[in-house]
Design a protein around this ligand. Structure first.
Ligand code: NOJ
Length: 747
């Protein structure tokens, strides 16, 4: 069945268009077919093999590795970061292996290669696809100079639970925002043309529902209805594939009882048949082997059989294909057609990347590592990503003030790079302390705590002294890089160590405190928010975090981020997300009963009986989409072009935004809709569009959006994409909890 699909595709591309682009597709398909007909089974199986080597391997390249390449037993490598090794391995493959098929070198280039950008959740906070695209483009330019032509990014896992460590790498909780970012990342990594030596193949990961891990515990089970899977978790992947993503990585988790790496439903039915994906699928690290631990495969051979028959093309690090595929074919458990289908998927990508013609890094391609223009873009990205959560008229600071620079993240070049920053050199990282010094700010510096988990109060005395000698305290707090990312989930997500105590002691000095958080996830700050005058969330801001923070704190730039994920009051509220269902007993201010106001001995049914927590209520600390700037805006005059929408028509919604503050600023206008009654219940709100505007002091601009029937679609319980007649509410505002409201009817 797989091979016939492949043949259909070849016939299809042969029969249609004559444009130069499609003629090159046809040529590639011819080449793939011709090459496959010459390859031995061993060589074919070699193409399915992605071998990891540690980037720390020193000295001579192991002979065993060279020999395996010579015999065509390896199709791709990850983590070979020595340029000479890359060259030598590629030379052996293209000169000495049976059919001279080039290798493809891969790496986790996640938010920058040498120039490190903010972590992906930070880039998502920019709500700016162009910022995401630029980060990916620069990552591709820099990493391809090391021979990397395939990155394991972007991660497109919707994340609704900030305890999950990989929230740091995620695009946040919303499928629309994540899809917009997905398109931008793919365009950035893959460039205008895949065969440009600075283009690298992207990998949409982790397919599928990896972010739905129970309790935010990494690798954990995802259990959900198929409509939820399709409405929330699938859209960013669909956007990536429609934008031309060449590869997809399976996730570690099981989905409704079937691990992703052996899941025919998600890999064959959804990915290949429905989304028409014709690149290749790679497993995650050992995820094929791990089907044994899931209790889904009996042994490694069985795991390989399950994965190969689910059309998982390439195996990362575990060796089930290498060791058992031949036997499985002989035993008739895997067909040769299936092998040909998978090999053709891999070869197709190698052809598209131009690896057969240009397997080596061009002599003159040095990647412009840490180029001024790269650093400038990384700095802008950090500005666009930072979210101002509170500002009691303290920011921006006055440059003539003396600043107490305090806190465990104030001068930590490695920590501010965040998770997955393997190649970023901390020597190039500019910390806030360094940036303040370079700008000639008068500083009293005392770390207070050595690192984020530090529980010792030894440094408090000097911190208080520095605060007393200054006009303002800027406290750089947060999480070290290691506390988020893969496998680094936390059950409580407050500031670790003695950071809250430090803040409380500093607040006793009476000096204004600006809290800057650098962390891989939202951090609960309920205990200390009243002790500080401003809170700026910088995530892990990357190489240029320091200069970006300098510019924002002193008013040369305005923090541009808005939350791409709901910010909880305490981790006990998680999972928490804005696009939840209403329930039969939606919470309300009127009926909410706070725990402390319950009378002693109260009768069981005397309370409001609605969906909330008695202690923390039902609202987050900060809603999805929230973020302040240095000015204020007023929304008025919401208009809708027609109150009835019919098929193939549009509804136009417009609103006036006035800058009512004292300086120019950015407004990020968000449009949400609610399908009031559905054949399956619909979320309270769904983001459908956003626009960013720059407004001068006193200026008013009119913004308009068009809502089409496409925006009303959802997948019902029959797995059909439908638009149902009825009433739709429309909300336009600065975040998911505020704004103006109107409605229309779809007939
Ligand atoms: C495991 C991670 O889950 C995945 O995201 C990454 O790309 C691979 N390891 C390779 O390092």
């Amino acid at each position: 069945m797989r091979i016939s699909l492949f043949l259909c595709l070849v016939l299809f591309v042969f029969s249609c268009s004559k444009t130069p682009k499609s003629s090159s597709i046809v040529k590639n398909e011819e080449k793939v077919k011709a090459l496959i007909s010459k390859m031995s089974l061993e060589e074919k199986l070699g193409q399915l093999n992605l071998r990891g080597t540690s980037s720390r391997v020193k000295g001579e390249l192991p002979e065993e590795l060279k020999q395996a390449v010579r015999e065509g037993k390896i199709g791709a490598f990850l983590n070979v970061m020595n340029k000479d090794y890359v060259k030598e391995l590629q030379r052996i493959a293209t000169e000495e292996s049976p059919n001279k098929i080039p290798l493809i070198f891969s790496r986790d280039v996640i938010h920058g290669f040498k120039t490190i950008f903010p972590i992906p959740i930070g880039l998502a906070a920019s709500w700016d696809p162009e910022t995401a695209r630029q980060s990916a483009r620069i990552s591709a330019i820099e990493s391809s100079s090391y021979g990397v032509r395939w990155t394991f990014a972007p991660m497109l896992d919707i994340a609704r639970d900030s305890r999950w460590g990989r929230v740091a790498e995620s695009p946040g909780e919303d499928p629309y925002l994540a899809s917009e970012l997905a398109k931008a990342y793919i365009t950035g990594y893959q460039g205008d043309s895949l065969n440009n030596p600075t283009s690298i193949a992207a990998c949409a990961k982790h397919f599928l529902a990896y972010g739905a891990a129970i309790g935010g515990r990494d690798y954990n089970t995802a259990n959900m209805s198929e409509s939820l899977l399709r409405n929330i978790y699938l859209p960013p992947f669909e956007a990536a594939i429609n934008s031309g993503a060449q590869t997809v990585m399976t996730s570690f988790n099981e989905i409704n009882g079937v691990p992703a790496s052996g899941n025919k439903f998600i890999l064959n039915t959804i990915l290949r048949d429905e989304l028409n994906f014709n690149g290749f699928v790679v497993s995650d690290w050992d995820s094929i082997k791990e089907m044994i631990f899931h209790g889904y495969a009996q042994d490694l051979k069985h795991a390989g059989e399950l994965a190969i028959n689910a059309s998982l093309d390439m195996e990362m690090t575990s060796r089930s294909y290498e060791l058992y595929l031949k036997d499985l074919i002989e035993e008739g458990r895997v067909s040769l057609d299936q092998i040909n289908f998978l090999v053709s998927n891999i070869l197709r990508v190698k052809y598209k990347l131009g690896l057969f013609d240009n397997p080596f890094v061009p002599e003159n391609h040095d990647g412009n590592l840490y180029a001024k223009s790269h650093l400038e873009k990384a700095k802008n990205a950090a500005i666009n990503s930072s979210v101002l959560l509170k500002n009691e008229k303290i920011l921006p600071l006055n440059k003539s003030n003396t600043i107490a620079v305090i806190g465990p993240m104030s001068n930590q070049p490695h920590e501010q790079l965040g998770t997955w920053a393997f190649d970023g050199d901390k020597a190039h990282t500019v910390t806030p302390l360094k940036a303040f010094e370079d700008a000639g700010i008068k500083i009293n510096f005392a770390k207070g705590l050595d690192y984020s988990r530090d529980k010792s109060s030894q440094g408090f005395y000097n911190a208080v002294k520095a605060a007393n000698a200054s006009d303002v305290v800027v406290l750089f707090a947060g999480e070290e890089a290691i506390l988020s990312g893969e496998a680094h989930s936390r059950a409580t997500i407050n500031l670790p160590g003695a950071q809250e105590e430090l803040i409380k002691i500093l607040s006793e000095t009476g000096k204004p405190i600006v809290l800057v958080i650098m962390a891989g996830r939202p951090i609960t700050i309920t205990n200390i928010i009243d002790e500080v005058d401003a809170v700026l969330m910088a995530w892990h801001p990357g190489t240029m975090g320091g200069p970006a923070l300098h510019d924002m704190l002193f008013g040369d730039a305005e923090p541009g981020g808005r939350l791409p994920i709901t910010w909880p009051k305490i981790s006990g509220q998680l999972p928490l997300y804005y696009n939840h269902k209403t329930t039969g007993r939606p919470p309300s201010k009127e009926k909410y009963v706070q725990m402390d106001s319950i009378k002693i001995g109260a009768w069981q049914s005397s309370l409001g009986n609605q969906s909330h927590y008695l202690d923390v209520g039902y609202t987050p600390h900060f809603p999805f989409g929230y973020g302040l700037g240095y000015t204020t805006f007023e929304y008025s005059n919401l208009k809708i072009s027609n109150t009835v929408l019919e098929s193939n028509q549009l509804v136009k919604v417009s609103v006036d935004i006035e800058n009512t503050g004292e300086r120019k600023g950015k407004a990020l206008v968000q449009l949400y809709i609610q399908d009031v009654v559905g054949s399956i219940t619909r979320p309270v709100k769904e983001l459908k569009a956003f626009k960013s505007l720059s407004l001068k002091k006193g200026e008013t601009q009119n913004v308009s959006f068009e809502i089409s029937t496409e925006d009303l679609k959802f997948v019902n319980n029959d797995m059909k994409s439908v638009i149902e007649p009825g009433e739709f509410n429309v909300f336009v505002g600065p975040n998911s909890a505020e704004g103006l409201e109107t409605s229309f009817e779809y007939k």
